[in-house]
Design a protein around this ligand. Sequence first.
Ligand code: GTP
Ligand code: IMP
Ligand code: MG
Length: 343
Amino acid sequence: MYDRIMTCTIIVGGFFGDEGKGKIVAHIAHQDRPTIIARGGVGPNAGHTVQVGDRQYGVRMVPSGFVYPDARLCIGAGVLVDPRVLLRELDEVHAQDRCFVDYRCGIIDEEHIARDKKSEHLRDTIGSTGTGCGPANADRVMRIGRLARDVPELAPYLLDVPAAVNAEIDGGAAVLIEGTQGFGISLYYGTYPFVTSKDTSASQMASDVGVGPTSIDDVVVVFKAYPTRVGEGPFSTEMGHDQSNALGIQEFGTVTHRERRIGCWDGEMARYSAMVNGCTQAAITGIDKVDPDCFGATEWSKLSTKARDFIRCAEDDIGRPVALISTGPELTQIVDLRAEYGD
Ligand code: GTP
Ligand code: IMP
Ligand code: MG
């Protein structure tokens, strides 16, 4: 534990989503002890996985920082809320008394979900998650549809999230801004049209929760040693099933349970994504897939030469230090070098 007071940190995905942001957010939260964890991103199309001991949680609306019990959890105005999903999750993780929703969040209703699932373009061509996000954001741009303040069930949770978050920043507390999705599926910078319905970069996450760029101290971009992609669209480093099976890698989506496509490290994409995100420090997850001997390691000295070489090469690509190295899905399976690199 070391002093990281007065930092406002954004955590975003550097590849195609599912990089393990949930795990990284949960770890940073336990170390930095933020008073608020605010979630940005598209909405319930995201699925963050957090494993604490033997318990695995998958959350789509509640910030994955919920596993740290001492923070208020906020959902920023830029995020689409599906009230049914949110209320169910709040019940499951018992976070009703500390979770808040900006009163300006857009709302996903049954009709948005039906449109998402029925549209051949969204369902088959793009391979959307079918969670209603695309149609709800389309309606939002057209300025039709409800906001959180219009939904009676959400009344107990409504908050002016920017006011709450900026008050904490001004008061010198640590604040985490949790991103969802990944750079490759950004509406602006991703592989259009095979993208989600919004930008996914760090600047978007700051805007989603109402924090200005001058208040951000750190941007942690999370990369997966073996990137994955769900849904359609180009994936230049994708490997065949034979290769991924030989490596023992198989993953399924948290939201749709679709099999994730697996690829090799993409240095060019990592560099570009770090640039647009304004990366200050990178995190790499799944180093145990590069070398299974590293599984569960918590110190740099316990990582194998193969793993260290991988990280050094990744650092050259990214152009920033890799300060967090995840060695397994569980919360404590991580090497945290942030103190060495400083702020
Ligand atoms: P989105 O917000 O939907 O983009 O998801 P995410 O970035 O939070 O990632 P998600 O939880 O969907 O997927 C990451 C998967 O990798 C989960 O199953 C995690 O439990 C797992 N995971 C995270 N870190 C590691 C790691 O270091 N090693 C291994 N083996 N698995 C990991
Ligand atoms: P939509 O966001 O549901 O419209 O889906 C558009 C594309 O983004 C599809 O390829 C989805 O698989 C992908 N996508 C959306 N959210 C996530 C996510 O959180 N992780 C990974 N892929 C996602
Ligand atoms: Mg996910």
